[in-house]
Design a protein around this ligand. Structure first.
Ligand code: AMP
Length: 482
């Protein structure tokens, strides 16, 4: 017997419609490339996203076609998150820290029809443009007064604010299959060419619900959220969607990710929750220490992308009373997989127990199941001792890479993460190593075998890649986006 409930597809545009209707006056604050602050409300975001949706249609973008963005965290990028996905095309966020060859490869592979870019990245666009055939239009995310003279761009160069001004805000977000693609993010992987992870509306919505939960990132309408993690990497860990779902104030840092700029923003905008990788927080902590400052509003920070050093957790919590939420995820997981939130009151734990627990990457959020297996594929016990390959499955885990004609990566329906981990009896997972035996040693894609010792080196040190912008780091040698 079928249930008798309404069938409303899980669509990205519904997040924006909710935010406009129920949290229309909530603020979105962005530090712009020019250094000044831009402020508006969710209702303005929604109105401009509808204008942009009309503009995309006028540019001839069809449902399912890819639209690239090369942009910092800011309100125009946020508008594109909804205008592109909401109108049925696919938002392809490009990582500007990749080598120009990799960027060109990704744009061609995704067949981006249009690429939107922040002015910072004009030189990069000028380098990439002659190498790619697919985008016919490049859109500078600026106003008419700041439009650049682009040399070497044979494709059409369009001004973002012109598109907004020229088009009406009368647009009905289309109903579509919730399994249709909403966004695309390439992961540089450990070997070979970057691989595209293609999210669906459904996977994005389910991830949003789960990531907002109290034992996940714990977001609410009372929060002021600062996503330092870039919008070009796994949708800024889903925070732009979460903020719309819960009606939180959003604060975007733009390109200014140094400790001083972040601290000013956190204090001025009274940020309560921030999210980023350890290297970014190192800069912030050094600055606050130099200033002998304190955090007057920030109560939580999500740290992931690489293991959070215990010294950082201690510093945040004991010196500044900011709780650290250690999280683990991957591009292929949208990205949240585990979050280290306590099962009991932290006061029930000794200081040593508490920090030992917080060094772990945490427990599964509902929607993600995980297991560790030995070399024979047999599941290993959750005893906190046995370590094996970490496999996951769930509603927001990738089952195949975009445009891949190779075999799907799944093993009996489970996604092999490439991480090695142990899991304790309470379900807290801790990464101990990588299972892959090769790393990409240079931007030309060459690979070399690594011993356990050199892998350990990669985990703990930052390794320069050949890209002038790229720094390879993290546990897996993937290009770092910190
Ligand atoms: P990416 O898909 O580029 O975000 O990289 C995902 C990989 O980053 C994971 O497979 C891990 O190797 C690593 N990673 C993410 N979060 C953590 C964490 N909290 N601790 C250690 N490694 C992490």
């Amino acid at each position: 017997m079928q249930g008798l409930m309404m069938q409303q597809p899980l669509l990205v545009a519904s997040l924006l419609m909710h935010a406009e209707r129920h949290h229309g006056a909530q603020e979105i604050v962005s530090r712009r490339i020019e250094g000044d602050m831009h402020r508006y409300q969710y209702r303005d975001l929604a109105q401009r996203a509808r204008r942009m949706a009309n503009a995309l249609a006028a540019l001839g973008i069809e449902p399912g076609e890819r639209v690239g963005t090369l942009a910092w965290n800011g309100y125009r990028h946020m508008e594109l998150y909804f205008a592109v996905s909401g109108s049925g095309s696919v938002l392809h966020t490009l990582n500007p820290r990749l080598h120009v060859d990799q960027l060109a490869y990704i744009i061609e592979h995704a067949e981006d029809r249009v690429v939107f870019f922040d002015l910072t990245f004009l030189p990069l666009i000028e380098s990439v443009a002659p190498r790619v055939k697919s985008p016919k239009v490049f859109v500078a995310m600026t106003d008419r007064a700041r439009m650049p003279q682009a040399h070497g761009l044979s494709s059409m160069l369009v001004c973002y604010e012109d598109l907004i001004d020229l088009h009406s805000d009368a647009f009905d977000w289309p109903l579509m299959d919730e399994n249709s693609a909403s966004s695309l993010c390439y992961t540089s992987g450990t070997t070979g060419n970057p691989k595209g992870v293609l999210y669906s509306h459904r996977s994005t919505l389910l991830h949003t619900y789960a990531a907002a939960l109290p034992d996940s990132l714990n977001c609410s309408a009372r929060d002021v959220i600062l996503p330092v993690v870039p919008m070009f990497h796994v949708n800024a860990w889903g925070l732009p969607y979460i903020a719309c779902m819960v009606g939180a104030k959003l604060v975007f840092p733009g390109p200014a990710l140094d400790g001083k700029s972040l601290y000013e923003l956190i204090e001025t905008e009274q940020v309560t929750l921030s999210a980023g990788v350890p290297t970014v927080w190192q800069g912030l902590l050094s600055h606050v220490a130099e200033q002998e400052g304190a955090f007057s509003s920030m109560r939580r920070t999500v740290i992931g992308g690489a293991a959070c050093p215990t010294a950082m957790t201690v510093r945040f919590q004991e010196r500044y009373q900011v709780d650290v939420l250690h999280a683990w995820g991957m591009t292929e997981l949208s990205p949240v997989g585990t979050v280290c939130s306590f099962k009991t009151s932290p006061s029930a734990l000794s200081t040593t127990e508490r920090y030992a627990l917080q060094a772990k990457q945490g427990r599964s959020v509902f929607g993600i199941d995980m297991k560790i297996v030995g070399p024979d594929g047999e599941e290993l016990p959750w005893d906190g001792i046995a370590a094996g390959d970490l496999l996951v499955r769930g509603q927001w885990v990738s089952r195949q890479y975009f445009g891949s004609d190779g075999a799907p990566p799944l093993r009996d329906g489970w996604f092999p993460t490439g991480d090695v981990a142990r899991i304790d009896p309470d379900g807290f997972m801790q990464i101990t190593d990588r299972s892959k035996d090769v790393i990409k040693s240079a931007a030309n894609g060459s690979v070399r075998p690594t011993s356990r010792t050199s892998r350990a080196c990669i985990r703990t040190s930052r390794v320069r890649c050949a890209s002038p912008r790229g720094i390879r780091s993290g546990t897996n040698g993937r290009c770092c986006w910190s």
